[in-house]
Write a protein that binds this ligand. Structure first.
Ligand SMILES: Cc1cc2nc3c(=O)[nH]c(=O)nc-3n(C[C@H](O)[C@H](O)[C@H](O)COP(=O)(O)O)c2cc1C
Length: 224
């Protein structure tokens, strides 16, 4: 069983990757082979709207036929038994790179076909459990007030529709700079931020561990 994580943050080793790594640790704890993939290490484009995946009689098998540096990464995700995407929230949305990656991952497994009952024809019939982990600067109460779950929820909804299962984890109030004193920033108290990092990040990490473990167990059950 192979589970991959996609780090959709440009910062290696920061909040998003740390939390993703714990999710992979959780998957590994129940026997999964795991791999972290770095999205920002690849120069790539989003969907170029070639519609090769929608041509009559196409044999793309749900893979994006436009080849660039993203292709090997897409292949690893598509052949994994489960996958987890991590993204920082940028202006109330996933990062642009994550959006571009999702276009290339999801459009080829989506169709413009409906069956006799008007239901969307599926490319994938088996479930591939998936998850999205969002990290963000804003605290939990503000995330709820500005309704980030609604703003951010559409990607997870599409993933659930196309891959059969998707869950979301929100990690709020992340520590953004290694030294707050060196940045123009009086909106946030560095003491509050450090307290949050020391008390809440361990909870996010534990939740991620359990998420990874849960996904790996689901993938194992789906394959037997
Ligand atoms: C360009 C940019 C836009 C951001 N926009 C938001 C935002 O809209 N809401 C929010 O809560 N945090 C925002 N943040 C903060 C990041 O989401 C947060 O620091 C995240 O945890 C960073 O992940 P990383 O540590 O893995 O890089 C933004 C950061 C950047 C660089």
């Amino acid at each position: 069983m192979r589970i991959v994580a996609v780090n959709g943050s440009p910062r290696k080793g920061w909040n998003t990757e740390k939390i993703l790594q714990r999710a992979l640790d959780g998957a590994q704890s129940v026997g999964a082979e795991v791999e972290m993939l770095q999205l920002y290490a690849q120069p790539f484009k989003g969907c170029i709207s070639c519609f090769a995946c929608k041509r009559k009689g196409n044999s793309t098998g749900g893979m994006c036929t436009f080849r660039d540096a993203l292709t090997p990464l897409l292949e690893k995700v598509r052949t994994a038994d489960a996958f987890i995407i991590g993204s920082p929230v940028y202006f109330g949305a996933p990062t642009g790179m994550v959006r571009s990656f999702l276009e290339r991952l999801m459009f080829p497994v989506d169709t413009y076909l409906v069956d006799g009952e008007g239901k969307r024809v599926k490319v994938l019939h088996d479930t591939t459990p998936s998850a999205i982990i969002y990290t963000m600067n804003c605290p939990d109460w503000l995330m709820r007030q500005v309704d980030y779950p609604k703003l951010l929820g559409s990607s997870a909804e599409e993933m659930a529709r196309l891959f059969g299962y998707c869950e979301t984890l929100y990690a709020c109030d992340t520590y953004q700079f290694s030294d707050y004193d060196r940045y123009d920033c009086n909106m946030f108290s560095k003491e509050d931020k450090a307290r949050q990092r020391d008390t809440h990040l361990p909870i996010d990490l534990q939740n991620a561990f359990e998420l990874g473990r849960r996904l790996a167990i689901m993938a194992e059950e789906a394959s037997t």
